[in-house]
Design a protein around this ligand. Sequence first.
Ligand code: C5P
Length: 293
Amino acid sequence: MSAPLTCLAYAKINLYLDVLNQRRDGYHNLESIFQSVSLADELRFEPRDSRLTLECAHPELPCDASNLVLQAAELFRERTGCPRGAHIVLLKRIPMAAGLAGGSADAAATLTALNRLWEIYLPVSRLLELALDIGSDVPYCLMGGAKAGRLRGQDLFSIYPPASLWYVLVHPPVKVRTRDVFTNPLMECNTQRPFAGWTRAFRSARRAFESGDMAGAVFNRLEHVVFGLHPELAEIKNRLLSAGCVAAAMSGSGPTVFGVCTSYEQAEAAARSFSDYPTSVTCPTRVGVNIPD
Ligand code: C5P
C-alpha cells in the first residue's frame, strides 16, 4: 500500500470581482482576478482498504457527507471506479464561510492527493471537470496562482502577478450568505457587453494588476451590498488604507477584507493595528494545492 500523503490547501482572495448578467442556471457570470495566498489548511491522507473516513478537530465543521472533502473523495471514486479507501485528517486554519474558498480548497486538495495516493494519475483536465461538479471555486483552487476567471469563475487564464506583494487578511466574526448578497435588491450588475471574452472594466483591471498598479486593479462589486448590511466591513477597509495598504477590498461575498502591502514589514504593521479582529499576514502562492516532498 502507498505511503500517507500530507497536502497544503491554500486560501484564495478575489483581487477583482465583478458580476455580469444572470445565467439560465440562476448563477451570475463573473469576472475575477483570483490569487492564492499562503494561509492554508493541512490535510493528511492515509491509505485504507475500502472505507472513506474524515477526522477534523474543528467544532463547527461536520465530518459527514456534507463535508466537501468527503464529497470530493466520493465523486473521485465514483468517476474512476476506484474501490480503495482513505482516512483523511483535516487541520482547519482557513476561516470558514469567509470568502476565502476554504472548503473548495480542501476539495481541490482531496482530488489532487487521492489521484496520487491511489495511483490513478488522471490528467489535470479531468480533475478540473470533477472539480466543477463539486463547486464553482474548486477548479480555481486546483490551479491556484494568479488567474483571470470568467463564467462561474471556472474558465481560467494565467496572468502575471507583480513582484513581492503581501496581503493582510482581516477576519471579522460576521456571517454573510452568498445567496442573500446576489439576490439583494441593491445588487447592480455590470451591464458592459464583453468583447473577445472580457469587458472593458476587466481589461483595464488586468492591465493595472500586471503593471503593479494595485489601486487600479482591486475591486469588488459585492461590497456595495455587503457593506450596507455590515458597515463594520467598510470601516475595516478604510482602516487598512489608513494603515498604509496600497489597496483594500472584501474577498468574495465576505466577510474577509484584505489589504495589499508592498513589504512584509508594512503588512505586519497593518495587521498589528487590528487588535480587535483576528488577522493573517500572507504572501501569494503559485499553486492552489501543494504536496511537499
Ligand atoms: O456558489 P454558491 O453555491 O455558494 O452560491 C450561493 C448562491 O449565490 C447561488 O445559489 C446563487 O444564488 C448565488 N450566486 C450567483 N452567481 C454566482 C455565484 C453564486 O448568483 N456566480
